[in-house]
Design a protein around this ligand. Structure first.
Ligand code: AMP
Length: 425
């Protein structure tokens, strides 16, 4: 098969690494890619938002499957466009991608189908939104309805913070987003990332994972795209998996199918594991980043037939196998991230770091120039370790981190902390 992967982050490097190992793959292309992905795939200078160019490329290279990494092209309808041109594409249609593209859409599905989630209301103007938060009190969560690249959620600890967030969102503080705001109950518990591969009707759970969203050690500082992750997540027990499938994922699939927009692709549920069981915080309609990096390291089965079966609607009786080993990834980010940061600093020591036993390094934002690897984004590297325990995986990942010479970057030093505390107990 000839496969085209769209995207340029650590998620895509991990997907490329896994797909390149498939005996089914003849030629793997990636657009726009990065310096690490270039080791697994042929990089092509295609802009994924230029649909005509993507379609022409697929026809010329006889692409058998397109795999879309990030949410923006999915929400913009790339799957509909490519499929209409006769090109098989892994991922949800534009309508099905609303599960990520509109928080209000997802909340309404939860309400209509009794899917456990935080209590909420939707607002299109500031004044009634403010009345609602005054009535409900803090802590309370204010969310922009649309895609805001991880910046659209304010967990307000005080009433004033909630009121300011409402003003900020309705005054266009998030750019185009901001026409609608969802206000919801603050949930307490432990968060986990739950992934299910879906074919429109059937869903198969993938291995569990947990990520670390805050920039600083001890879960402090601003939210980021994710500073590290590990798998398995001890909080997602077999019982939690069963409940999440039957109470959250499966009713969602039935609801989407009944609306005439069956969901195909990876449905990624951000969960809060509360004392009453799993509750849905939000859906994403694609693989998580950096969770995918640890999932791909633990996946024993060939990924390619699984993606094809999802696209073709034949996941029934499909089986995915996983290694028992734990995997952990440490994100190395450019100094200043998630605020302003500089690009272009030189990264050295990557070959030495990659020699550490059980270590795999995925690139999240790099480019190659004059034989050097340069930082080219906010999140730059994913240094991953495999081990018999999360503690061993962590140890190996940090050994590798310490061999990387990069003055322009930093990382958290406590990835995996909660799981390791549980292992010690
Ligand atoms: P989201 O982008 O919806 O995943 O939200 C980002 C982060 O905000 C989540 O990972 C949670 O830590 C937090 N969050 C979102 N919604 C809630 C909620 N209803 N209660 C508590 N925390 C929340």
């Amino acid at each position: 098969m000839n496969i085209l992967l769209l995207g340029s982050g650590g998620r895509e490097h991990a997907l490329a690494w896994k797909m390149a190992a498939s005996p089914l793959v003849e030629k793997l292309y990636c657009a726009p890619g990065n310096a690490g992905i270039a080791q697994e795939a042929q990089i092509v200078a295609l802009d994924p938002s230029d649909r005509a160019a993507v379609i022409a490329f697929c026809k010329e290279k006889r692409i058998d499957l397109v795999v879309v990494g990030p949410e923006a092209p999915l929400c913009a309808g790339i799957v509909d466009n490519l499929e209409a041109a006769g090109i098989k594409t892994f991922g949800p249609s534009k309508k099905a991608a609303q599960l990520e593209g509109s928080k209000g859409f997802t909340k309404d599905i939860c309400r209509a189908h009794n899917i456990p989630t935080a209590a909420y209301e939707r607002f299109t103007a500031a004044a009634p939104a403010k009345d609602y938060v005054r009535e409900r009190g803090a802590p309370i969560v204010v969310k922009d309805d649309g895609l805001a690249a991880g910046k659209g959620v304010v967990v307000a600890e005080t009433l004033d913070q909630a009121l300011d967030a409402i003003d900020m969102m309705f005054e266009g503080g998030l750019g185009e987003a901001g026409a609608e705001v969802v206000i919801e109950e603050f949930l307490t518990g432990e968060e986990a990332s739950f992934f299910a591969l879906c074919d429109g009707t059937i869903a198969i759970p993938l291995a569990s994972a947990q990520d670390h969203k805050r920039v600083g050690d001890g879960d402090t500082g601003p939210n980021t795209g994710g500073m590290g992750a590990y798998s398995p997540a001890p909080v997602v027990t077999a019982d939690m998996t069963k409940r999440t499938m039957s109470e959250i994922i499966e009713p969602t699939l039935r609801a989407m199918a009944a609306m005439g927009s069956p969901f195909k692709g990876v449905l990624f549920a951000g969960l809060m594991i509360t004392k009453d069981g799993p509750k849905l915080i939000e859906y994403n309609v694609r693989f998580g980043d950096p969770e995918t990096q640890v999932l791909m390291l633990r996946l024993m089965s060939d990924l390619v037939p699984a993606l094809l079966a999802s696209r073709d609607g034949v996941l029934k009786n499909f089986d995915l196998r996983w290694y028992d080993d734990a995997a952990l990834t440490v994100v190395m980010a450019a100094n200043g991230y998630p605020g302003d940061y500089a690009k272009g600093s030189v990264i050295e020591g990557l070959n030495d770091a990659a020699q550490v036993e059980g270590v795999e390094i995925f690139h999240a934002g790099t480019k190659a120039a004059d034989g050097k690897i340069l930082a080219n984004g906010g999140r730059v590297l994913n240094v991953c370790g495999l081990g018999k325990t999360v503690a061993e995986a962590q140890n190996r990942a940090y050994q590798a981190v310490d061999l990387i010479r990069w003055s322009g970057g930093f990382c958290r030093r406590d990835i995996g902390r909660r799981a390791i505390e549980r292992e010690i107990k």
